[in-house]
Design a protein around this ligand. Sequence first.
Ligand code: NAD
Ligand code: ZN
Ligand code: ZN
Length: 389
Amino acid sequence: MKALRWHGKKDIRYDTADEPMIEHPRDAILKVSSCAICGSDLHLFDGFMPGMKSGDIMGHEFMGEVMEVGKDNHALKPGDRVVIPFTIFCGECEQCRRGNYAVCERTNRNAEAAAKLFGHSCAGLFGYTHLTGGYPGGQAEYVRVPFADTTHIRVPDSLTDEQALFLGDILPTGWQAAAQCDIESSDTVAIWGAGPVGQMALRSAMLMGAEKVVVIDRVPERLAMARDAGAITINFDEESVLDRLGDITRGKGPEKCIDAVGMESHATRSFDAIYDRVKQAVMLETDRPHVLREMIYVCRPAGILSVPGVYGGLIDKIPFGASMNKGLTWRMGQTHVKRWTDLLLGHILEGRIDPSFVITHKVGLNQGPDMYTTFRDKLDGCIKVVLKP
Ligand code: NAD
Ligand code: ZN
Ligand code: ZN
C-alpha cells in the first residue's frame, strides 16, 4: 500500500509500505477515506520530537471504512464508517473510567520508555513517536486500529468526511482548550495561534459564551478567518501583544489564556525568543516557550492558562514566581477525545458548528510530502490540509 513515511528531519516520503494485519483480537483494519495533517505532525517533520524511527508511517487524524475486525471486536463490523480518536484508549483502566482517555494506562506499548522521561506513561498515539507506542499512523491507504472496539467514533451517513474528520483531533482539542478555561460570560479569552487548533478554540469559546475572544498570530489569512468568527485580532509582527491585550481589557489582562501554538513558537520582537532559538539549536532546550511566558505575564491574577499546544521536553526561563504570586491555574494535555465526542457530534448535526470551514487544501495522498511544506510555511493560504488516499 501507499503511505506517508518519516525518514528524518524535513524528509517525509510517499512510499510503499506493508499492508497492516490484525495483530490483536480487539483490532480493526481501516481503509482510510480521508486524513489530515495536524500541527503536531509538524513537530515531527521539523525534528523536534524525540523517539521517531526512519520509515514510521505518519498521521493521527483519519477516518474510513472498517475492512476487517479481530475476533473479540464485537463493536464494529466490516463496512462501518468511523473516525478514529488520535488518543488510543482501552475504556477499562482507572484513567479511562474517569474520562481521562489521553492518559489511558494500557494503550502505550512503550510505556516504560515514556515513564522514564515523564515519570508516568500517557496513552498510545497514532503516527506519533515510539514514546507513545510507535503505532503506524493513518496517512496511508490502510491502518491498523488497536483497541478499535473502544477507539472509534461512528459517523452518521448525513455527514460528509470533511464535516466529521476533525472529531478525531482538532475539534475536541479546541473545545477542550476552551472548556478547561471554565468560561464565564464576562470573560475575555486570549488565544495565541490562529492555526486549526486556535480556530476551533475560538469557535468553542464563542459557543461557551465568552464576552470577547482575542486571537494572536501573524499570518493575515488566519487572522482574517478569526475575525470572520467575531474575534478581535492582534498581529504579533506589527504590534505589541502585551500592550494590545492591556488596552482591550482596560489594563486588567484577559481572564483566560490559551496557548494553541506549542513548542515551535515564533517571535520577532523579543529578546527571549532569540535566546530560545539559540538554546534549542545547541540542544540545551527542547522547546521554545515564548507564548507561555507571555501568557503568565499578561493573564489577570486568579486567571486560567490552558495549554493544548504540544511541548515535548524541557523549557527554560519560565517566570514561575509571577505565575505563583498571581494565583494562576494551569490546565493542559493531549486531548481526551472521547470525552467530548457525543457533545460535539450533536453540535455538528444540529448545525452549531461545521468544522470543515478550516479546510483550504484537499489533494491526493501522493501530494502529502509537498503539503507538509505548504502547511508548515503557510504557503498558498494554507490553513488545513485534507489528503485523500
Ligand atoms: P499550526 O502550526 O498550524 O498553528 C500554530 C499557529 O501559531 C501558526 O498559525 C503560527 O503562525 C502561530 N504562532 C507561532 N508563534 C506564535 C506566537 N508567538 N504568538 C501567536 N501565534 C504564534 O498548528 P495547529 O494544528 O493549529 O496546532 C497548534 C498546536 O496544537 C501545536 O503545538 C499542535 O501540536 C497542538 N495540538 C495539540 C493537541 C492536543 O491534544 N493537545 C492536538 C492537536 C494539536
Ligand atoms: Zn493532532
Ligand atoms: Zn484505558
